[in-house]
Design a protein. Structure first.
Length: 169
């Protein structure tokens, strides 16, 4: 397995809609396991393929790093959303050091395929629901800062720019 480089905000791949995976072959499996290993190393709870430069509809999630019960999702689709939208602190591995409040649905149902190609559906609540919504957004080229009010988004962009100019991004 290998550790992959996480692409930071500003990289064009993060603004590209990811392709549907037609065949779950050895490359996809290797990619999924490498993404998991990378996510665990940086203590993330979710990672989407575009974040490591691969524009395909694959993401990995594990909200309890102590238990290590990863979910690998191929072509995930959120098929229903319920509850109200709730505000919660969110970060993104492509925005190191930034945490902002984002409104997300409290509960969702997501349908996806696992690495064996089996179609599964899970009902997710609270943190898991939040993380899945965040990761599926990545596959649609949407980022958590898109939910922020204009002034806040500009502020984040300005800070990213200065980090980049200082060579820290
Ligand atoms: Ni993210």
């Amino acid at each position: 397995m290998a550790i992959l480089e996480i692409k930071k905000y500003g990289n064009v791949v993060l603004r590209k809609k990811a392709e549907v995976i037609l065949q779950i072959d050895a490359n996809i499996k290797r990619l999924a396991y490498n993404m998991l290993e990378t996510m665990y190393l940086v203590l993330g709870v979710g990672l989407a393929a575009p974040q490591i430069g691969m524009s395909v509809r694959l993401c990995v999630v594990d909200i309890d790093l102590s238990k290590r019960s990863p979910v690998i999702m191929i072509n995930p689709t959120i098929i229903s959303r319920d509850g109200s939208k709730i505000l919660g602190k969110e970060g993104c591995l492509s925005f190191p050091g930034f945490y902002e409040n984002v409104k997300r649905y409290e509960g969702i149902v997501v349908r996806y395929r696992d690495l064996n190609g089996e179609e599964l559906e899970i009902k997710a609540q609270n943190l898991l629901a939040r993380v899945v919504q965040h990761e599926v957004d990545h596959l649609d080229a949407k980022l958590f800062i898109d939910y922020l009010p204009e002034w806040k988004r500009r502020f984040v962009e300005k800070k990213v720019k200065s980090s980049r100019n200082a060579g820290n991004w």
